[in-house]
Design a protein around this ligand. Structure first.
Ligand SMILES: [Zn+2]
Length: 315
């Protein structure tokens, strides 16, 4: 990384979003305000997310995954460069383009394949993780150990996006108005190829997409269809897909998930749940649910304390 880039990154810091979710559609700011210092950073009741969100750089430690996708942290994270021949990173103000080196390598590989196989200029990279992983102030429950990444379903444009574009551009909705299928005007055969390329990576464990996208893949996949087993319907993936990789070899403190079943998951019964009226059109809650207290450091693996306390890595 160039010294200038480090300066930009430092000055960006992490933005404080409100509660709620930070999807690809949440816009960022070109001049995000740094988070204010905490009055009592050693208070054991303080949310771990407040502590991790204030770290602008990774821990100066060898790469090491600690804990699980939704309860853990990452030492020795690597930075996804903001621009490559076939990718650009979005929403820089969030400073969430850090991941395990295996994930960064995979994203670079996938960007090349999206260009070669689907003819896309490249991919737009959304959130990976914070510099030291851990829970975030907004958005995701997972993305805590550098093994999750969001990729926009909007292909990269054929030109360099400005800083403003990267904060403000909206991703394209891939799902039809009635939510029963994809919108064929925007979801193209190229999308099938990019999702296939991602799912065929051996280290990828699962990929989350909207159920209408899974349905379209089931219909349109040709040839070897074994990769479909890794693609799972999940809420909130109308504009982007989410790649999750397995625990990298040798990371004994990483708690992965059981492998997917080998089944394609394309039978009508496999998808029926997602197209029930109660799921497509959930009733608004009558009384707002009480927000759960945030996870504290005590809830994370003990080794995450050392990751948080370590000096900043030199970039
Ligand atoms: Zn995600």
């Amino acid at each position: 990384m160039t010294p200038r880039l480090v300066l930009i990154l430092l000055s960006l810091s992490v933005m404080l979003f409100g509660a709620g979710t930070a999807s690809a559609q949440d816009k960022g700011s070109v001049n995000p305000k740094p988070l204010p210092p905490l009055a009592n950073p050693n208070d054991p009741k303080i949310g771990a997310r407040e502590l991790f969100a204030r770290k602008v750089l990774p821990a100066a430690m060898p790469s090491r995954v600690i804990g699980s996708y939704a309860k853990g942290c990452l030492a020795g994270a690597e930075h996804m460069p903001l621009n490559g021949d076939t990718w650009q990173v979005m929403r820089l103000s969030r400073n969430r383009n850090w991941g395990h080196p295996d994930m960064i390598a995979l994203l670079k590989r996938l960007a090349t394949k999206a260009h070669k196989d689907a003819g896309w200029p490249g991919i737009l990279v959304g959130d990976i993780g914070q510099p030291r992983g851990g829970p975030a102030l907004s958005g995701h429950a997972s993305h805590q150990i550098g093994l999750d990444a969001d990729i926009w379903l909007t292909p990269m444009p054929d030109h360099m996006l400005s800083r403003e574009d990267r904060e403000e551009m909206s991703a394209v909705m891939m799902v039809r108005g009635d939510r029963l299928d994809i919108d064929p005007k925007v979801f193209t055969p190229g999308h099938v190829l990019v999702l296939r390329d991602a799912a065929q990576e051996p280290s990828v464990q699962r990929i989350f997409v909207n159920a209408a996208i899974k349905k379209a893949l089931c219909r349109e996949a040709r040839g070897d269809r074994s990769w479909l087993s890794k693609i799972r319907p999940w809420w909130g993936h109308d504009y982007h897909f989410h790649i999750r990789i397995k625990c990298p070899p040798g990371n004994t403190e990483c708690q992965g998930q059981p492998s997917q079943s080998e089944d394609e998951g394309c039978k009508p019964a496999d998808l029926a749940y997602w197209f029930k009226d109660s799921i497509l059109h959930p009733k608004p809650e009558t009384k707002p649910s009480k927000p759960r207290p945030p996870m504290t450091m005590a809830a994370l693996p003990a080794a995450c304390k050392a990751v948080l306390a370590a000096p900043d890595a030199k970039q």
